[in-house]
Design a protein around this ligand. Structure first.
Ligand code: FMN
Length: 215
């Protein structure tokens, strides 16, 4: 990394969604740092159902572009991280999650209950509810990666403009995977995007209950 690192506050104030990238390669260790930031995110019951497909090759980025309604940034970015959720991850990972928890100080009592608890919750979800659950979990991880990349001096663009079935085909994803978003990272080409503005606290936030202004 040859940038001056930015503080979280600077990133939050200055970040814009990057309209166009110049395609330069990123350092491999920086990509790992960004991925590690995603893996550190919180998740319900610590299930960590996110799975990330890291796309760097010219051919795969070209294919992704066609799956993204021809959005050029999917091809121009140095790396596109497909942020996916795996509806079946719990089934495979339950024992490891409990083991890691016990190693870190989880109580034996909680560990004994956790499997039944999570299994019955996740089995009660229909497909749409499972996608909603995965969207929540994966978005925390994607946000940590986006902010980390920006703090390292990279430019980023979150993308939801894609055809899920086409992305799935390009990336050869298993059936249990659900594509939540794509995160394009690289070096900005040309001018930054305009600032679209933000609603303020009085528009958006309430105190204690709906309708009471937060002051
Ligand atoms: C989940 C998500 C998906 C988005 N998908 C796209 C996209 O497919 N294409 C695009 O040009 N911008 C996309 N954006 C960027 C938004 O348009 C942008 O965040 C918004 O206009 C505010 O601008 P700013 O990020 O520059 O502050 C996406 C943003 C988010 C958070």
């Amino acid at each position: 990394m040859s940038f001056v690192p930015k503080s979280l506050g600077e990133v939050i104030r200055q970040r814009r969604s990057t309209p166009s990238f110049d395609g330069r390669e990123m350092a491999a260790e920086d990509i790992r740092t960004i991925l590690e930031a995603g893996l550190a995110a919180p998740s319900g019951y610590n299930v960590q159902p996110w799975r990330f497909i890291v796309v760097q090759s010219t051919e795969q980025k070209k294919r992704l572009r066609t799956a993204c309604f021809n959005q050029a940034k999917a091809e121009e970015a140095s790396v596109v991280i497909a942020c996916c959720g795996d509806a079946d991850s719990w089934r495979r990972d339950a024992d490891d999650i409990i083991r890691m928890g016990l190693d870190g100080g989880m109580s034996e009592g909680y560990a004994a209950q956790l499997k039944d608890y999570v299994e019955s919750y996740l089995h009660s979800l229909n497909t749409d509810q499972m996608h909603g659950w995965l969207n929540k979990q994966v978005t925390y991880a994607a946000t940590q990666m986006l902010l980390t990349a920006e703090s390292m001096g990279y430019d980023t663009a979150a993308m939801e403009g894609f055809e899920e079935d086409k992305v799935r085909e390009v990336l050869r994803l298993p059936l249990s995977y659900w594509v939540v978003s794509l995160l394009a990272i690289g070096f900005q080409k040309g001018p930054d995007k305009y600032f679209g503005g933000r609603f303020g606290i009085s528009h958006t936030c309430f105190a204690e209950e709906f309708g009471k202004p937060f002051k």
